[in-house]
Design a protein around this ligand. Structure first.
Ligand SMILES: *[C@@H]1O[C@H](CO)[C@@H](O)[C@H](O)[C@H]1NC(C)=O
Ligand SMILES: *[C@@H]1O[C@H](CO)[C@@H](O)[C@H](O)[C@H]1NC(C)=O
Ligand SMILES: *[C@@H]1O[C@H](CO)[C@@H](O)[C@H](O)[C@H]1NC(C)=O
Ligand SMILES: *[C@@H]1O[C@H](CO)[C@@H](O)[C@H](O)[C@H]1NC(C)=O
Ligand SMILES: *[C@@H]1O[C@H](CO)[C@@H](O)[C@H](O)[C@H]1NC(C)=O
Ligand SMILES: *[C@@H]1O[C@H](CO)[C@@H](O)[C@H](O)[C@H]1NC(C)=O
Ligand SMILES: *[C@@H]1O[C@H](CO)[C@@H](O)[C@H](O)[C@H]1NC(C)=O
Ligand SMILES: *[C@@H]1O[C@H](CO)[C@@H](O)[C@H](O)[C@H]1NC(C)=O
Ligand SMILES: *[C@@H]1O[C@H](CO)[C@@H](O)[C@H](O)[C@H]1NC(C)=O
Ligand SMILES: *[C@@H]1O[C@H](CO)[C@@H](O)[C@H](O)[C@H]1NC(C)=O
Ligand SMILES: *[C@@H]1O[C@H](CO)[C@@H](O)[C@H](O)[C@H]1NC(C)=O
Ligand SMILES: *[C@@H]1O[C@H](CO)[C@@H](O)[C@H](O)[C@H]1NC(C)=O
Length: 752
């Protein structure tokens, strides 16, 4: 009954057609899903108005309820979130929804509260997040993610899943055989880089049609949910990357080979063929692609297309007229297929290939697209390496201020809260700014949730958010106990003003743990740049007291030990302590080794602390479901429909991505993980091999042979990648039964 009433109310203010569905149904379903005890307490109403804004107020009725009026469905979702967080004191996290902890008696608002987005676009995902984090996600994981996004007011999520289904149809229509096509497509954990034209083909077996079909079915569910939650999915388009055989089948087409993407990949796996957009065949394939996609998902669910042609591969020529002919051809093909098409470009290339992409070339390339509102550029790494400020605000094209922050799904504490509050506001207010959005473009969605929350919240505040009070509110929602011991707030005051106040632009991204890197004698410590290993704070006065305070808070209120987010954070901070101490242990080992007179026994002894830390780390992480290799592998295998050889193939993909990344370690350890199971069966094995090797060179009075040792490491990785999980000693599915608090006490005793 309440639902029909709400429908009538909203129909009165907007022109809803006389069907049984309302644009707000998706939000009512979200309330039903996350707040079943309050299903009838919330009323949503669409109203006329500019931009995305909401008003939340008390519903005058017998039973207290809440009314959210909004100009868009996304604004209503955000209005609901404003109520749940600011008044209800609850939140939804990557680790799960705690919205069901909303008080039975709904808190009263009093004077109505108004909120508005400061930018039209709130964006989420990086093309590679679909592999580093979401490659094997189930529908349930997508559901949590999309609720998390909708409530935070995201209205422009990227939607790559299932791309290959449509692409295969297009290639078949163009006359390619299934063999031609399958030699082009990449494995389930590597599709992002095939979509980017970085790689082609696969290692470890061809992509099965079962995968393609299942992902296509999943995409339909994802798109339906995004749409009903008021989001406009950013859809794929035809990029120009084609199987080699396209040059034979269409011998007159202008097809060039791209460059080698990363060192080590042979031409059969990279140098991807690119059909140049000014060739008429490009427009034909684009039309076919968009038509098939519209037929599959609906014609009007989105007109915004993600399309990247030069991500980490430079154009065939730097000639300005060549560059503008490429973008002009691409855009013309999009508009011919969809008259409302808007082209979204992931702007990483302008930073990663800054030497090629001079301002003149960027202007020529962007200038090939006629109007300023027909393109959206993601300024991908705005928090540390913005490009909008050297390109006259992308020469007037719309652009989005993005936080990148995490490479390869690496797990390590880091953030710069100041940059993500003041940065976007300064950019928005800069003279001639064409900034139209804010968003998250993390490569992997792993940990440091506070920095991601903060940016999406900043998109609804026209002045920089006050960090100290923000952190307090965030901690109290996250830990949800009454009373919350002040020690927990103090722990986060320390973290937020030190670990999350990293002002050094050369280490702004999740800090890589050195034990996840291939052991070597030199160069592991104090790295800056893309995968920093430098620790930009003093562990003893930050991580150590923060962990002690969290443990103290739990002693003061034992209920904390039942809060999943609290336990997650205790494990995460303990993990960081061990990780930082590993650096000291490693440095001591190398110092010992470099002493020419030292015995092999002394080297073995100096190696002992490294192995102790790895063993403690593995035991610690094994207690928590968020830090398990077995979860990643189980998710992958779970998609096999019980077919054992398909399960092994999926497992290989899952393992190879986080280790060798390529058949022979081409991008070794880029997507490494602080996961139990991975540490015990892989990293520990590598470090033990290293220590033994160091000792043997002393015993045999031989020099360290770096390349021979590295080859040995790659072989070890190849063996590990093809193992089947659960067959080795000490491998188990799910969390271990060990008491996390005992382990944390022990870690503090040893390493504080
Ligand atoms: C390719 O171009 C040549 C020369 O213009 C023409 O004779 C030939 O018919 C074309 N072939 C195809 C397949 O279009
Ligand atoms: C592209 O590379 C393949 C070998 O991988 C080669 O056979 C082909 O001729 C190249 N195409 C062009 C246009 O250079
Ligand atoms: C692959 O690209 C590299 C440059 O990155 C180039 O030297 C090589 O010739 C290319 N190979 C092919 C087959 O196109
Ligand atoms: C898509 O929207 C356009 C413009 O509003 C409309 O003309 C067209 O009929 C719609 N197509 C479908 C399939 O709903
Ligand atoms: C740039 O490309 C155009 C068209 O292909 C050509 O006419 C022109 O000569 C080229 N200019 C340079 C400097 O290479
Ligand atoms: C753009 O801003 C960044 C970060 O503040 C700064 O390091 C860089 O020098 C600026 N670039 C230009 C061209 O102003
Ligand atoms: C795009 O924006 C730039 C900068 O504001 C402006 O100079 C240019 O005229 C605009 N282009 C069009 C086609 O409106
Ligand atoms: C890393 O940097 C720290 C701080 O500057 C310094 O104390 C330490 O010696 C450096 N370690 C190595 C191995 O370079
Ligand atoms: C940090 O504390 C450890 C353990 O008490 C101690 O060994 C180390 O010297 C301290 N490091 C610094 C930089 O103060
Ligand atoms: C240890 O020795 C290696 C190889 O001789 C050298 O490259 C490295 O810089 C040395 N490290 C230290 C900390 O002395
Ligand atoms: C190694 O031993 C020799 C002989 O006792 C001594 O001269 C030399 O200084 C020692 N080297 C180091 C690095 O301790
Ligand atoms: C396996 O897939 C089913 C169906 O999507 C899901 O309910 C279950 O949670 C999955 N299990 C794992 C371990 O991912």
């Amino acid at each position: 009954m309440w639902r029909i009433l709400a429908l009538v109310l909203s129909a009165a203010v907007v022109n809803v057609t006389a069907t049984t569905s309302s644009p707000l149904d998706g939000l009512y379903a979200l309330v039903q899903r996350r707040l079943p005890d309050h299903a009838s307490s919330f009323t949503f109403q669409l109203t006329e108005g500019e931009g995305d804004s909401y008003i939340i107020s008390d519903t005058p009725a017998k039973h207290h309820g809440i009314t959210v009026e909004c100009t868009t469905v996304s604004a209503c979702a955000r209005g609901l979130y404003a109520y749940l967080t600011d008044f209800g004191g609850v939140d939804i996290w990557w680790t799960g929804s705690r919205l069901d902890r909303l008080p039975r008696e709904l808190p009263v608002i009093g004077d109505p509260v108004h909120g508005a987005a400061i930018v039209p676009y709130r964006y989420h995902f990086n093309t590679v997040t679909f592999d580093y984090t979401a490659a094997f996600w189930t529908v349930e994981q997508w559901e949590l993610e999309l609720d998390w996004l909708a409530l935070r007011g995201v209205n422009l999520p990227l939607a790559w899943v299932g791309y290959e289904y449509i692409l295969i149809e297009v290639f078949r229509e163009a006359g390619l055989s299934d063999t031609d096509i399958s030699s082009f497509l990449s494995g389930p954990a590597f599709q992002a880089w095939n979509r980017f034209g970085n790689i082609q083909g696969s290692w470890g077996g061809e992509l099965p049609m079962q995968w393609v079909n299942d992902q296509f079915a999943l995409q339909k569910q994802i798109l339906a949910r995004m749409t009903e939650l008021g989001m406009t999915p950013v859809l794929p388009a035809f990029t120009g990357f084609v199987p080699r055989a396209m040059s034979t089948v269409h011998s007159n087409a202008s097809i060039v080979n791209g460059s080698q993407w990363a060192p080590g990949f042979p031409p059969s796996l990279t140098n991807v063929s690119f059909l140049e957009p000014f060739d008429p065949l490009f427009a034909t394939l684009q039309k076919s692609f968009i038509a098939k996609q519209q037929e599959a998902y609906g014609a009007n669910i989105s007109h915004i297309y993600t399309l990247d042609q030069y991500n980490e591969n430079n154009p065939f020529s730097g000639n300005l007229s060549y560059l503008s002919s490429i973008s002009e051809g691409t855009f013309t093909s999009l508009r011919a297929a969809d008259p409302d098409a808007v082209w979204m470009l992931q702007g990483w290339l302008f930073f990663s290939s800054e030497a090629f992409w001079t301002n003149e070339r960027i202007e020529a390339y962007l200038g090939g697209v006629p109007t300023n509102d027909s393109m959206i550029v993601l300024d991908l790494y705005s928090e540390a390496q913005p490009q909008w400020n050297r390109t006259s605000s992308y020469f007037g094209k719309q652009w989005v201020w993005c936080e990148l922050h995490d490479y390869g799904g690496t797990i390590g504490l880091e953030g710069n809260l100041d940059a993500i509050t003041t940065g976007p506001i300064a950019a928005l207010n800069s003279p001639g700014s064409s900034m139209k959005g804010m968003g998250l473009t993390m490569e992997g969605q792993e940990g440091n949730e506070i920095v991601y929350d903060l940016l999406l919240d900043q998109a609804w505040s026209s002045s920089p958010i006050n960090i100290a009070s923000y952190v307090k509110g965030w901690v109290s929602r996250r830990y949800l106990v009454e009373p919350l011991p002040s020690a927990a707030q103090e722990a986060w005051r320390i973290l937020s003003t030190t670990v999350y106040n990293n002002q050094d632009p050369n280490s702004q991204s999740t800090i890589k743990n050195i034990y996840e890197l291939e052991p070597v004698l030199t160069g592991l410590v104090n790295r800056t740049g893309i995968l920093p290993t430098v620790i930009p704070y003093d562990t003893n006065s930050t991580i150590v007291p923060a962990l002690q305070l969290l443990v103290k808070a739990k002693a003061q209120n034992a209920a904390l030990s039942t809060v999943p987010e609290f336990v997650h954070d205790v494990v995460d901070v303990s993990r960081q302590l061990l990780s930082n101490r590993f650096i000291d242990a490693y440095t001591a080992l190398i110092d010992t080794y470099n002493n020419t007179n030292v015995t092999s026994d002394a080297v073995i002894r100096a190696g002992q602390p490294l192995m102790t830390i790895l063993s403690q780390l593995d035991a610690l992480l094994a207690t928590n479901e968020n830090f398990l290799l077995s979860s990643w592998i189980a998710q992958a295998r779970n998609l096999s429909h019980g077919d054992e050889s398909y399960a092994a193939y999926l497992e290989y993909n899952a393992r190879n991505q986080i280790t060798l990344w390529g058949p022979d370690g081409e991008i070794n350890d880029y997507a490494s993980k602080a996961w139990a199971g991975l540490i015990s069966t892989y990293y520990a094995a590598r470090w033990q091999t290293f220590i033994d090797y160091l000792a043997s060179t002393k015993r045999l009075a031989r020099p360290f042979d770096t390349s021979a040792f590295s080859n040995q490491m790659i072989l070890l990785g190849q063996e590990w990648d093809v193992q089947i999980w659960g067959e080795g000693p000490g491998e188990h599915w799910g969390v271990s039964g060990e008491n996390v608090w005992g382990l944390v006490d022990q870690i503090l005793e040893t390493w504080a």
